[in-house]
Each structure stands twice: as structure tokens, then as C-alpha cells.
Design a protein. Structure first.
Lengths: 14, 257
């Protein structure tokens, strides 16, 4: 099964 | 006071077309440098980053930084009232709660203005780290749109696999499987028809078709699209916007559970 990653996991909230 | 004049307002129509499927509303940040927008879609899977430099405009004035929260459906209604060849002027006062769009026909015989209410949006800015990408693919934007459209018939996901020989787009589902391979072009008359690959390391990543298809709404902005990929980081799909700047879409990959 494939899981969709979320962008917030890659980028920082600033 | 903010004022930006654009002789061909078709550019802004195309920009709106390129973002309105992903975003319901967005903040346009105006500064001396130009207009920037950064917003994630509601599901936090993709991000749109737009940069329009001030020197691309025929006239540009921004005395104080201004953040305009805009409902994109409302802006679409207004931009539909403009002819493609109309001259557009966008105006707002400092700290205003509205923005004015003025359209002038080329012969200046028809002048319309539309006042739009601004909205307050909670801004969520993301820091995007500088990344050296393993593969950078440049290809005709129309070809990329066609591939995304064709493959979305076969599955919800597209696998993009890049080697120095070329790039392969694949999808599979109930109907069967589809593979489209593009080789680097050897000789082309027109630069915009070229497929070029800069590769440090081969990369294979899986992405949701639906978002790729939304990104291709920007096709009218540029004859070429650039895809930047590295293992386990978001894909960047970039369309240059003539003398203005660019629109970039970031899409998080799908990974094995």
C-alpha cells in the first residue's frame, strides 16, 4: 500500500 | 498605495487559471520586489508558489508592503469581465479592505472598474530548504499535460522514473498498465520542443495523478515545464512566466507503507 506524504513533513513552518 | 499596470491582462487570467483548482483563497503579498503568493492546498499535499517580479509590470508602485487576502472565485468572476487585450491596473490603498481592478480597452474607449472586498486569511508560511535535485527534467509543457491526462485514466498514481537515458511515466490499475517513455531529444529546431535531462543519480518516485493534472492548468503560461526530483523529497513542477518570474508547484510523494 502507498501512503500519501504531507508537505509539512518536508518543509518547516515559519 | 499599491498600483500595478499590465498591458496584456491575459497573463493574470492564466495565472488565476493555474491556481484556482488547487486553492479557494490565497494571500497576494505585494512588496517593492513584486507580487508573491505561497499557499498549500486544503489537504496539505501540494503547495503553490508564485513570483511575479515588479520589473515585469508596465508600471509598478508599492509604497508599503501589503498582504491582500483574496477569494479566488470572486477574482475569477472579475477577471472574466476583462478582454484578453485589455490593459489592467490593480490599485489598493495602504491598509485597505478592498482592491480595485480597472480594465481599459486598447483604444481606451471602454473603461471598467471592479472593486473587490479583501478577506483576512491566516497565513501559514512554509520554509522550503534549498535542495540539490538528483534529476532535472525539462520538457514541452503540452507534452507533460498530455501524459498526465492520458495516465490518469489508468490509475490514481503516476510513477516517474528518471535515468540518463530518459524519463518514464507509468500508471497501473483495473484496466491494465501504461508506460510512456521520453528520450532526451538529439536535435530540435525549437528550444521549446526539447526534452533535456540533467541527472546526478537516477530517481523513481510516485505521485498522485490528480495533483499533477491540476498543475498542468499552468500550461498556457509557458511552452516548457521543469520537473525537479530527488529521492524522498517533494517534486517541484515549475513553469516560467515570461519576463515576470515563475509559478512552482511542490508535491509530496507517495511512499510504501
Amino acid at each position: 500500500m502507498l501512503r500519501q506524504c504531507l508537505l509539512t513533513g518536508f518543509f518547516m513552518n515559519i | 498605495m499599491f498600483e500595478a499596470r499590465l498591458v496584456q491582462c491575459s497573463m493574470l487570467k492564466k495565472v488565476l487559471e493555474a491556481i484556482k483548482e488547487l486553492l479557494n483563497e490565497a494571500t497576494f503579498d505585494c512588496s517593492d520586489a513584486g507580487i508573491q503568493l505561497q499557499a498549500m492546498d486544503n489537504s496539505h499535499v501540494s503547495l503553490v508558489s508564485l513570483n511575479l517580479r515588479s520589473d515585469g509590470f508596465d508600471k509598478y508602485r508599492c509604497d508599503r508592503n501589503l498582504s491582500m487576502g483574496i477569494n479566488l472565485a470572486s477574482m475569477t468572476k472579475i477577471m472574466k469581465c476583462a478582454g484578453n487585450d485589455d490593459v489592467l491596473t490593480i490599485k489598493a490603498q495602504d491598509n485597505a479592505d478592498n482592491v480595485m481592478f480597472m480594465f481599459e480597452s486598447q483604444n481606451q474607449e471602454k473603461v471598467s472598474d471592479y472593486d473587490m472586498k479583501l478577506i483576512n486569511l491566516d497565513q501559514e508560511h512554509l520554509g522550503i530548504p534549498e535542495t540539490d535535485y538528483s534529476c532535472i527534467i525539462k520538457m514541452p509543457s503540452g507534452e507533460f499535460a498530455r501524459i498526465c491526462r492520458d495516465l490518469s485514466q489508468f490509475g490514481e498514481s503516476v510513477v516517474i522514473s528518471c535515468t540518463k537515458e530518459g524519463v518514464k511515466f507509468s500508471a497501473a490499475g483495473d484496466v491494465g498498465a501504461a508506460n510512456i517513455k521520453l528520450a532526451q531529444t538529439a536535435n530540435v529546431d525549437k528550444e521549446e520542443e526539447a526534452v533535456t535531462i540533467e541527472m546526478q543519480e537516477p530517481v523513481t518516485l510516485t505521485f498522485a495523478c490528480r495533483y499533477l493534472n491540476s498543475f498542468t492548468k499552468a500550461t498556457a503560461l509557458s511552452p516548457q515545464v521543469q520537473l525537479s526530483m530527488s529521492a524522498d523529497v517533494p517534486l517541484v513542477v515549475e513553469y516560467k512566466i515570461g519576463d515576470f518570474g515563475h509559478i512552482r508547484y511542490y508535491l509530496a510523494p507517495k511512499i510504501e507503507e
